[in-house]
Design a protein around this ligand. Structure first.
Ligand SMILES: [Zn+2]
Length: 324
Protein backbone atom coordinates (compact mmCIF):
# COMPACT_ATOMS: atom_id res chain seq x y z
CA UNK A 1 0.00 0.00 0.00
CA UNK A 2 1.23 3.45 -0.87
CA UNK A 3 2.10 5.71 2.03
CA UNK A 4 -0.04 8.74 2.79
CA UNK A 5 0.69 11.47 0.26
CA UNK A 6 2.00 14.85 1.27
CA UNK A 7 -1.29 16.43 2.27
CA UNK A 8 -0.01 19.94 3.11
CA UNK A 9 -2.39 19.92 6.05
CA UNK A 10 -5.29 18.98 3.78
CA UNK A 11 -8.16 16.65 4.62
CA UNK A 12 -9.95 13.81 2.90
CA UNK A 13 -13.67 13.13 2.73
CA UNK A 14 -14.69 9.51 3.28
CA UNK A 15 -18.00 8.45 1.73
CA UNK A 16 -19.93 5.23 2.25
CA UNK A 17 -22.55 4.75 -0.45
CA UNK A 18 -25.38 2.35 0.27
CA UNK A 19 -28.70 1.54 -1.37
CA UNK A 20 -30.62 3.76 1.06
CA UNK A 21 -28.08 6.14 2.58
CA UNK A 22 -24.94 8.01 1.61
CA UNK A 23 -22.73 8.76 4.62
CA UNK A 24 -19.95 11.34 4.32
CA UNK A 25 -17.32 12.41 6.85
CA UNK A 26 -14.35 14.75 6.78
CA UNK A 27 -11.49 12.67 8.20
CA UNK A 28 -8.02 13.75 9.35
CA UNK A 29 -5.01 11.73 8.12
CA UNK A 30 -4.75 9.96 11.48
CA UNK A 31 -8.37 8.81 11.33
CA UNK A 32 -10.26 11.40 13.36
CA UNK A 33 -13.81 11.79 12.15
CA UNK A 34 -14.58 15.53 12.08
CA UNK A 35 -18.16 15.40 10.81
CA UNK A 36 -20.82 12.91 9.80
CA UNK A 37 -23.58 13.53 7.27
CA UNK A 38 -26.25 11.07 6.18
CA UNK A 39 -28.40 11.80 3.13
CA UNK A 40 -30.75 9.47 1.28
CA UNK A 41 -28.92 8.00 -1.70
CA UNK A 42 -32.13 8.02 -3.85
CA UNK A 43 -30.78 4.96 -5.64
CA UNK A 44 -34.03 4.38 -7.55
CA UNK A 45 -33.88 7.83 -9.17
CA UNK A 46 -30.83 7.24 -11.34
CA UNK A 47 -27.13 8.04 -11.37
CA UNK A 48 -27.50 11.82 -11.87
CA UNK A 49 -29.65 12.19 -8.76
CA UNK A 50 -27.46 9.96 -6.62
CA UNK A 51 -24.30 11.81 -7.68
CA UNK A 52 -25.97 15.08 -6.66
CA UNK A 53 -26.74 13.56 -3.24
CA UNK A 54 -23.12 12.38 -2.91
CA UNK A 55 -21.81 15.82 -3.84
CA UNK A 56 -24.13 17.61 -1.40
CA UNK A 57 -23.25 15.19 1.41
CA UNK A 58 -19.53 15.76 0.77
CA UNK A 59 -19.99 19.56 0.75
CA UNK A 60 -21.96 19.47 3.99
CA UNK A 61 -19.39 17.17 5.64
CA UNK A 62 -16.66 19.68 4.72
CA UNK A 63 -18.68 22.64 6.00
CA UNK A 64 -19.69 20.92 9.25
CA UNK A 65 -16.04 20.11 9.96
CA UNK A 66 -15.24 23.84 9.71
CA UNK A 67 -13.18 23.31 6.56
CA UNK A 68 -13.19 25.05 3.19
CA UNK A 69 -13.28 23.44 -0.24
CA UNK A 70 -9.60 24.14 -0.77
CA UNK A 71 -8.73 22.19 2.39
CA UNK A 72 -9.93 18.98 0.72
CA UNK A 73 -7.33 16.91 -1.11
CA UNK A 74 -9.72 14.23 -2.42
CA UNK A 75 -12.80 12.13 -1.68
CA UNK A 76 -12.76 8.36 -1.28
CA UNK A 77 -15.95 6.38 -1.73
CA UNK A 78 -16.93 2.81 -0.88
CA UNK A 79 -19.39 1.80 -3.60
CA UNK A 80 -21.56 -1.31 -3.95
CA UNK A 81 -21.63 -3.44 -7.08
CA UNK A 82 -19.22 -4.78 -9.66
CA UNK A 83 -17.06 -2.16 -11.40
CA UNK A 84 -13.57 -1.24 -12.56
CA UNK A 85 -12.38 1.09 -9.78
CA UNK A 86 -9.54 2.93 -11.61
CA UNK A 87 -11.67 3.69 -14.72
CA UNK A 88 -15.03 4.08 -12.95
CA UNK A 89 -16.84 1.85 -15.48
CA UNK A 90 -19.89 0.32 -13.77
CA UNK A 91 -20.84 -3.22 -14.80
CA UNK A 92 -23.43 -4.56 -12.37
CA UNK A 93 -24.87 -2.35 -9.65
CA UNK A 94 -28.15 -3.89 -8.45
CA UNK A 95 -30.50 -1.59 -6.48
CA UNK A 96 -29.15 1.49 -8.29
CA UNK A 97 -31.29 2.52 -11.25
CA UNK A 98 -29.51 2.88 -14.61
CA UNK A 99 -25.90 2.62 -13.32
CA UNK A 100 -24.91 -0.43 -15.38
CA UNK A 101 -22.76 0.55 -18.37
CA UNK A 102 -22.18 4.14 -17.14
CA UNK A 103 -19.05 5.85 -15.86
CA UNK A 104 -19.20 7.04 -12.26
CA UNK A 105 -16.25 9.47 -12.34
CA UNK A 106 -17.76 11.28 -15.33
CA UNK A 107 -21.11 11.62 -13.54
CA UNK A 108 -19.46 12.79 -10.29
CA UNK A 109 -17.39 15.40 -12.14
CA UNK A 110 -20.64 17.07 -13.31
CA UNK A 111 -21.67 17.72 -9.72
CA UNK A 112 -18.62 17.81 -7.49
CA UNK A 113 -15.34 19.77 -7.64
CA UNK A 114 -13.31 17.04 -5.93
CA UNK A 115 -11.16 14.20 -7.18
CA UNK A 116 -12.73 10.83 -6.28
CA UNK A 117 -11.16 7.44 -5.56
CA UNK A 118 -13.69 4.64 -5.49
CA UNK A 119 -13.41 1.17 -4.05
CA UNK A 120 -15.68 -1.83 -3.54
CA UNK A 121 -17.72 -1.02 -0.42
CA UNK A 122 -16.50 -4.05 1.53
CA UNK A 123 -12.89 -3.39 0.52
CA UNK A 124 -13.33 0.16 1.82
CA UNK A 125 -14.60 -1.19 5.15
CA UNK A 126 -11.70 -3.66 5.24
CA UNK A 127 -9.28 -0.79 4.65
CA UNK A 128 -10.96 1.14 7.46
CA UNK A 129 -9.96 -1.68 9.81
CA UNK A 130 -6.57 -2.00 8.13
CA UNK A 131 -5.64 1.70 8.35
CA UNK A 132 -7.33 2.69 11.59
CA UNK A 133 -8.78 -0.36 13.39
CA UNK A 134 -8.00 -3.96 14.24
CA UNK A 135 -6.04 -4.72 11.07
CA UNK A 136 -3.02 -2.45 11.56
CA UNK A 137 -0.59 -5.32 12.13
CA UNK A 138 -2.24 -7.73 9.70
CA UNK A 139 -0.40 -9.25 6.72
CA UNK A 140 -3.39 -11.07 5.32
CA UNK A 141 -6.84 -9.94 6.34
CA UNK A 142 -10.35 -10.95 5.30
CA UNK A 143 -13.45 -8.91 6.03
CA UNK A 144 -17.02 -10.14 5.82
CA UNK A 145 -19.97 -7.79 6.09
CA UNK A 146 -23.31 -9.25 7.10
CA UNK A 147 -26.32 -7.23 5.98
CA UNK A 148 -28.84 -7.54 3.19
CA UNK A 149 -26.18 -9.64 1.48
CA UNK A 150 -22.83 -11.10 2.55
CA UNK A 151 -19.90 -9.00 1.31
CA UNK A 152 -16.23 -9.85 1.44
CA UNK A 153 -12.91 -8.11 0.98
CA UNK A 154 -9.37 -9.43 1.19
CA UNK A 155 -6.23 -7.36 1.87
CA UNK A 156 -2.87 -9.03 1.38
CA UNK A 157 0.30 -7.04 2.22
CA UNK A 158 -1.71 -3.82 2.16
CA UNK A 159 -3.22 -4.41 -1.28
CA UNK A 160 -6.80 -5.34 -2.08
CA UNK A 161 -6.96 -8.77 -3.69
CA UNK A 162 -8.61 -8.58 -7.11
CA UNK A 163 -8.92 -10.82 -10.12
CA UNK A 164 -9.29 -9.19 -13.52
CA UNK A 165 -11.33 -6.44 -11.91
CA UNK A 166 -13.51 -7.90 -9.12
CA UNK A 167 -12.85 -8.68 -5.46
CA UNK A 168 -13.49 -12.16 -4.02
CA UNK A 169 -17.25 -12.76 -3.73
CA UNK A 170 -17.13 -15.03 -0.68
CA UNK A 171 -20.87 -14.44 -0.13
CA UNK A 172 -21.46 -16.70 -3.12
CA UNK A 173 -19.37 -19.71 -2.22
CA UNK A 174 -21.55 -22.82 -2.14
CA UNK A 175 -21.90 -24.36 1.33
CA UNK A 176 -24.72 -26.88 0.94
CA UNK A 177 -26.88 -28.72 -1.56
CA UNK A 178 -30.60 -28.65 -2.33
CA UNK A 179 -30.85 -25.44 -0.35
CA UNK A 180 -32.34 -22.02 -1.04
CA UNK A 181 -31.99 -20.04 -4.27
CA UNK A 182 -29.63 -17.01 -4.12
CA UNK A 183 -30.08 -13.54 -5.68
CA UNK A 184 -27.11 -14.31 -7.97
CA UNK A 185 -29.15 -17.07 -9.64
CA UNK A 186 -27.30 -20.01 -8.11
CA UNK A 187 -28.36 -22.16 -5.15
CA UNK A 188 -26.83 -22.80 -1.75
CA UNK A 189 -24.62 -19.71 -1.58
CA UNK A 190 -23.46 -18.52 1.84
CA UNK A 191 -25.63 -15.43 1.28
CA UNK A 192 -28.71 -17.57 0.66
CA UNK A 193 -28.33 -18.84 4.26
CA UNK A 194 -26.94 -15.79 6.06
CA UNK A 195 -28.31 -12.73 4.24
CA UNK A 196 -30.89 -10.63 6.12
CA UNK A 197 -33.96 -12.12 4.42
CA UNK A 198 -32.67 -15.68 4.76
CA UNK A 199 -32.37 -15.25 8.54
CA UNK A 200 -35.87 -13.84 8.97
CA UNK A 201 -37.32 -16.46 6.57
CA UNK A 202 -35.87 -19.29 8.73
CA UNK A 203 -37.41 -17.72 11.82
CA UNK A 204 -40.82 -17.38 10.13
CA UNK A 205 -40.65 -20.98 8.89
CA UNK A 206 -40.15 -22.23 12.44
CA UNK A 207 -43.10 -20.12 13.64
CA UNK A 208 -45.28 -21.40 10.77
CA UNK A 209 -44.37 -24.95 11.79
CA UNK A 210 -46.06 -24.24 15.12
CA UNK A 211 -43.02 -23.44 17.25
CA UNK A 212 -43.62 -21.22 20.23
CA UNK A 213 -41.72 -17.95 20.55
CA UNK A 214 -42.26 -14.49 22.01
CA UNK A 215 -41.09 -13.05 18.67
CA UNK A 216 -44.50 -14.03 17.23
CA UNK A 217 -45.93 -10.90 18.92
CA UNK A 218 -44.07 -8.74 16.34
CA UNK A 219 -45.33 -7.77 12.87
CA UNK A 220 -44.09 -10.68 10.77
CA UNK A 221 -43.83 -8.53 7.64
CA UNK A 222 -41.29 -6.28 9.35
CA UNK A 223 -39.27 -8.81 11.30
CA UNK A 224 -35.50 -8.14 11.17
CA UNK A 225 -32.42 -10.06 12.36
CA UNK A 226 -32.00 -7.28 14.94
CA UNK A 227 -35.42 -8.19 16.44
CA UNK A 228 -34.43 -11.86 16.48
CA UNK A 229 -31.22 -10.94 18.31
CA UNK A 230 -33.07 -8.84 20.90
CA UNK A 231 -35.36 -11.80 21.71
CA UNK A 232 -32.39 -14.19 21.72
CA UNK A 233 -30.68 -11.95 24.28
CA UNK A 234 -33.79 -12.38 26.44
CA UNK A 235 -33.35 -16.16 26.21
CA UNK A 236 -35.97 -16.97 23.55
CA UNK A 237 -35.13 -20.53 22.43
CA UNK A 238 -36.38 -20.22 18.85
CA UNK A 239 -34.46 -16.98 18.26
CA UNK A 240 -31.31 -18.45 19.81
CA UNK A 241 -31.66 -21.41 17.47
CA UNK A 242 -32.06 -19.21 14.36
CA UNK A 243 -28.94 -17.21 15.21
CA UNK A 244 -26.90 -20.32 16.12
CA UNK A 245 -27.83 -21.86 12.77
CA UNK A 246 -26.85 -18.66 10.98
CA UNK A 247 -23.56 -18.63 12.89
CA UNK A 248 -22.96 -22.24 11.87
CA UNK A 249 -23.44 -21.48 8.15
CA UNK A 250 -21.39 -18.30 8.39
CA UNK A 251 -18.69 -20.29 10.21
CA UNK A 252 -18.46 -22.61 7.19
CA UNK A 253 -17.83 -19.56 5.00
CA UNK A 254 -15.19 -18.28 7.42
CA UNK A 255 -13.51 -21.73 7.46
CA UNK A 256 -13.32 -21.60 3.66
CA UNK A 257 -11.74 -18.15 3.87
CA UNK A 258 -9.16 -19.46 6.38
CA UNK A 259 -8.28 -22.39 4.10
CA UNK A 260 -8.13 -20.32 0.89
CA UNK A 261 -6.35 -17.13 2.04
CA UNK A 262 -4.39 -18.23 5.15
CA UNK A 263 -5.25 -14.92 6.87
CA UNK A 264 -4.00 -13.79 10.28
CA UNK A 265 -7.22 -11.82 10.85
CA UNK A 266 -10.86 -12.18 9.87
CA UNK A 267 -13.16 -9.29 10.75
CA UNK A 268 -16.94 -9.75 10.83
CA UNK A 269 -18.79 -6.49 10.20
CA UNK A 270 -22.32 -5.40 9.37
CA UNK A 271 -25.27 -5.07 11.75
CA UNK A 272 -26.19 -8.77 11.81
CA UNK A 273 -22.58 -9.73 12.58
CA UNK A 274 -22.75 -7.89 15.91
CA UNK A 275 -25.02 -10.58 17.42
CA UNK A 276 -23.06 -12.35 20.18
CA UNK A 277 -25.05 -15.59 19.81
CA UNK A 278 -24.36 -15.71 16.09
CA UNK A 279 -20.71 -14.78 16.51
CA UNK A 280 -19.99 -17.48 19.12
CA UNK A 281 -21.50 -20.18 16.87
CA UNK A 282 -19.59 -18.77 13.88
CA UNK A 283 -16.23 -18.97 15.67
CA UNK A 284 -16.88 -22.47 16.99
CA UNK A 285 -17.77 -23.81 13.53
CA UNK A 286 -14.94 -21.97 11.76
CA UNK A 287 -12.25 -23.30 14.11
CA UNK A 288 -13.69 -26.82 14.08
CA UNK A 289 -13.87 -26.89 10.27
CA UNK A 290 -10.76 -25.11 8.97
CA UNK A 291 -7.36 -26.79 8.62
CA UNK A 292 -6.07 -26.65 12.23
CA UNK A 293 -2.60 -25.27 11.45
CA UNK A 294 -4.18 -22.43 9.43
CA UNK A 295 -6.93 -21.80 12.00
CA UNK A 296 -4.35 -21.56 14.76
CA UNK A 297 -2.75 -18.51 13.13
CA UNK A 298 -6.02 -16.69 12.54
CA UNK A 299 -7.99 -14.41 14.89
CA UNK A 300 -11.68 -13.96 14.16
CA UNK A 301 -13.18 -10.79 15.61
CA UNK A 302 -16.23 -8.54 15.33
CA UNK A 303 -15.54 -5.22 13.61
CA UNK A 304 -14.36 -2.70 16.23
CA UNK A 305 -15.14 0.26 13.95
CA UNK A 306 -18.49 -1.23 12.91
CA UNK A 307 -20.49 1.26 10.84
CA UNK A 308 -17.68 3.83 10.58
CA UNK A 309 -15.22 1.41 8.95
CA UNK A 310 -16.51 2.32 5.47
CA UNK A 311 -16.00 6.10 5.66
CA UNK A 312 -12.64 5.71 7.39
CA UNK A 313 -11.36 3.26 4.79
CA UNK A 314 -12.66 5.45 1.96
CA UNK A 315 -10.84 8.47 3.43
CA UNK A 316 -7.70 6.35 3.77
CA UNK A 317 -7.89 5.52 0.05
CA UNK A 318 -8.20 9.22 -0.79
CA UNK A 319 -5.15 10.03 1.35
CA UNK A 320 -3.16 7.42 -0.54
CA UNK A 321 -4.56 8.04 -4.00
CA UNK A 322 -5.59 4.35 -4.22
CA UNK A 323 -8.52 2.46 -5.68
CA UNK A 324 -9.90 -0.68 -4.10
ZN1 LIG B 1 -25.15 -16.38 -4.76
Amino acid sequence: MLPIRNTDGGYAVGIDLGGTTVTASAVSHDGNILSRIEYPSLAKEGMETTCRQISEAADKAVKDAGLRKRDVIACGMGTPGVFDAPTGDMFFVPNFKDWDGKNLYRALAEHSPYKYYIGNDVNAAAFGEYFYGAGKESRAMVMFTMGTGIGSGVIIDGKPLRGVFASPEMGHIVISENGPRCVCGARDCLEAFCGRDAITARCLEKLAAGRDSAVSELDKERLTPKDIDIYAERGDELCLEVLRETGYYMGLGVANAINIFNPDLIVIGGGVGQSETLFEALKKTAFETAIPSLAEKCSVIQSPLDNMAGVLGAAGLAYRGEYA
